[in-house]
Design a protein around this ligand. Structure first.
Ligand code: FAD
Length: 336
């Protein structure tokens, strides 16, 4: 029997066992008996993509375990935009509302822990968490997102998601017409220049070294009256994440209110790679049109395998949930 309880009386006890503050341990937990259950689906990652998949699966009466370590990529951003019905909302509030709705479905459980290992025996996967719990399932869905790797520029990580922005659709409107910089070079910076010039005509590109634009790109940037600064970037000046300027190697300071940058990223969770899941050239998990990876029974959705936005993550999660449910339904139906 799957046990699914509210953390009311046992929360602090369980919290100390998991070394997670009891305030974080809202919603539901599992008791020891669930370690002997085979879940229909274990979803690793309980943010927008994972919760969306759990909604589709819970509504299909599937026994689902969500395991989440509570570190979504947008956690530092004060307000989230461009997701209808939730525009301007705090990212955590969107996830909490989704979590509460998903956990209305009795067959879905949520467990706060880090998934540390998955092994396979025949058609059954065994998940082991950092706190040593083990769970079994026939299908596994990675909704684990990406981890952005902050460059070693002082001040960059403090401003990340507050005034250093990666996405004009998410945060560009809020800094429209402001003194805006683009930190990047070559095709990436050119792409940003095309996109952001629609939001502000006070644009400077900081290439942090010799510019690598093609002749045509150079001319277009020039014609659009965008400055290119090739000096090395030494530091980002800011107050509590709100940037005021960018300090260059020659000692000059360029005043700015917003800076676009796209730091490199890696898969937040390495387990799919350990299991043999392939990556695309961009470093995303390779999936088919049913969200399945190259390994049968292993699915992926959200940022780890697609364009980054909450709307896209929710859509991919919903598709993954439906695809997994269809696979489970077909397997059972065809056995009769
Ligand atoms: C700074 C920033 C601001 C953004 N602002 C916006 C915005 O305004 N509007 C918008 O539409 N989009 C925005 N985005 C994009 C949006 O946040 C992502 O597209 C969305 O969060 C992706 O959802 P996801 O569920 O795929 O991944 P995430 O939200 O990143 O969640 C992944 C979850 O998996 C968990 N996890 C990872 N590994 C493990 C593991 N081993 N065990 C257990 N759990 C694990 C993590 O803790 C996390 O909770 C922003 C992104 C960034 C980086």
């Amino acid at each position: 029997m799957i046990t699914r309880r509210k953390f009311i009386t046992k929360s602090s006890l369980l919290a100390s066992a998991l070394t997670i503050p009891s305030t974080l341990m809202s919603f539901t937990a599992l008791d020891k008996e669930s370690e002997n259950q085979i879940f229909d689906v274990i979803i690793i990652g309980g943010s927008y993509a994972g919760l969306s998949a759990a909604m589709a699966l819970g509504r299909s009466l599937r026994k689902v375990l969500l395991v989440d370590s509570g570190l979504p990529c947008n956690r530092q951003t004060p307000h989230s935009h461009n997701f209808i019905t939730q525009d301007g909302e705090k990212p955590k509030n969107i996830a909490n509302k989704a979590k509460a709705q998903v956990l209305n479905y009795q067959t879905v459980s949520f467990y706060e822990d880090i998934a540390s290992k998955v092994t396979r025996s025949g058609k059954v996967f065994q998940l082991t968490t950092q706190t040593g719990r083990t769970f079994l399932t026939g299908k596994i869905l990675f909704a684990t997102g990406l981890r952005d790797l902050m460059p070693p520029i002082p001040g960059f990580s403090d401003c990340w998601a507050i005034s250093i922005l990666h996405c004009p659709y998410c945060h560009g409107y809020e800094v429209k017409n402001e003194k805006t910089g683009i930190l990047g070079n070559g095709n990436l910076a050119f792409h940003y220049a095309q996109l952001v010039s629609n939001l502000s005509n006070r644009l400077t590109i900081f290439t942090d070294g010799k510019a690598t634009f093609s002749e045509e790109q150079h001319q277009l940037i020039h014609r659009n009256k965008i400055r290119i600064v090739e000096q090395k970037v030494l530091a980002i000046q800011h107050q509590q994440g709100k940037l005021s300027g960018i300090l260059l190697k020659d000692g000059s300071i360029h005043q700015l209110n917003a800076l676009y940058a796209r730091p490199p990223f890696e898969q937040h969770c390495k387990i799919p790679l350990e299991l043999g899941c392939e990556l695309t050239e961009q470093g995303l998990l390779k999936i088919d049109n049913l969200q399945q990876t190259n390994i049968p029974g292993i699915y992926a959705c959200g940022d780890n395998s697609a364009f980054r936005s909450i709307a896209t993550a929710v859509s991919a999660g919903s598709q993954a949930g439906a695809a997994i449910n269809m696979a489970l339904s077909t397997e059972k139906f065809n056995l009769k």
